[in-house]
Design a protein around this ligand. Sequence first.
Ligand SMILES: C[S@@+](CC[C@H](N)C(=O)[O-])C[C@H]1O[C@@H](n2cnc3c(N)ncnc32)[C@H](O)[C@@H]1O
Length: 205
Amino acid sequence: MNGGYDDGYRACPCFWGTQPGSLVERWLGHHPVSKETRVLDAGCGEGKNAAFLSTLGAQVDAFDLSAAAIANARQAWPPRPGLTYAVADARHHAWSPGNYDLVIAYGLLHCLASPGEIEDVIARLQRATRLHGHAIVCVFNDRVQDLAAHPGFAPTLMSHAWYLDHFASWTLESATDQDLWETHPHNNIRHCHSMTRLIARKAAP
Ligand SMILES: C[S@@+](CC[C@H](N)C(=O)[O-])C[C@H]1O[C@@H](n2cnc3c(N)ncnc32)[C@H](O)[C@@H]1O
């Protein structure tokens, strides 16, 4: 169960496009990247964020549950020193504490099966972030969801406030709850998702 995105990955080689997400661009506007910058991209899809950060010099570990997504990623942006891909499940992956300057969960969390699974993955991603490092989270929330373009997909929907609560001990650099209108290339159905988008900085306990 990966959100039903495999149909899209099989139908087109660059389902999510080639440009980094708007939140990644926003983060880059305020935070320089160097070859010391370590990034974890959890649920990376076809790697649009991972590959872009790696071209700027960051050391990026990217993984996704979908073998089809990772196959497309390897085709579009072949792995190289500083860019690794893995097929892996965020629910069962153990990351070293404090290992990453930036963790990204771009579209991952609503694919998980329950609030408990989301909490567990958030907690492990937070542990994997170094002190004063950042998390970028982009996730469907429970305000308005039109799932016409996602047949069979039942995302786990939590409120915007619920996500803010889970980053209450972090410093929020940006937090929005806005509608995203989009059309996926494999079925051409225009639809809308309410999205929580967060950039948060890990504060001292
Ligand atoms: C909305 S897509 C976003 C892909 C990518 N982050 C992007 O922004 O282009 C969500 C991705 O999360 C992946 N995913 C879902 N459940 C997962 C899990 N348990 N572990 C790892 N990846 C998962 C899906 O396969 C899918 O590629």
